[in-house]
Design a protein around this ligand. Sequence first.
Ligand code: NAP
Length: 232
Amino acid sequence: MIGPELRPLALVTGASRGIGAAVARALAPGHDVLLGGRDSAALHALAVELPGSRPWPVDLTDGRALAEAAGGIERLDVLVHSAGVGLLGTVAETPASTWRRQFEINVVAVAELTRLLLPALRAAGGRVVLLNSGAGLSARAGWASYAASKFALRAFADALRAEEAGNGVRVTSVHPGRVDTQMQREVVAQEGGDYRPESYLRPESVAGAVLLAVTAPDDAALTELVLRPAGP
Ligand code: NAP
């Protein structure tokens, strides 16, 4: 007798809220989903909502914990990097500690988790999707360290795509404009403006773009997806 088909496995970082949680919800109907983040209560609540998913609680900046958590994954169909921080400030007011924190989470943790999971991704002919930003395409005043981290993330994605094409691993950078999430609330608070969610993208819309990248047929590599709020 042939046993039941195993569902594809996805790991989504930053799944405790915002875009990552929306991506987990979008993937859950067709995937078993590992829910990454540090907020265990939020991850458990989402796991209850999404059958086939389970919390994957780890601080991405803790190299030892990350290696341990990734160690048990032998085959991975989808890796979505949504965890990130958005620390604003002009060059004049941004100390080295902010640059380091921003790069540690937005770039170094992404590179390290990808490296640890490459054998599992190769085994599955997997998809890697990176939540980049409009700031990864052009930099504005006051956004130097965030934009630089997202430019670096784009370069990482481009190199990974070139290196892994022969191994069947596909890589997509998704570049949304402003999205209605906690990060955007913090960004607007740093900028000192009004929070206008009706003018921003919904996390579900960004998750739709991620799903598009994940479900693209094997002959089509969706390399970059750019989403802007549609309103004026
Ligand atoms: P968010 O609501 O602030 O969520 C950030 C996520 O990252 C949380 O789930 C958080 O989980 C996780 N995270 C942060 N530091 C972590 C760490 N050290 N270890 C593990 N997880 C960590 O942000 P978002 O708006 O959903 O943004 C998601 C991604 O989209 C980011 O890469 C961001 O740069 C990008 N993006 C956002 C916007 C926007 O307007 N919101 C626009 C363009 C691009 P825990 O707190 O549970 O650890």
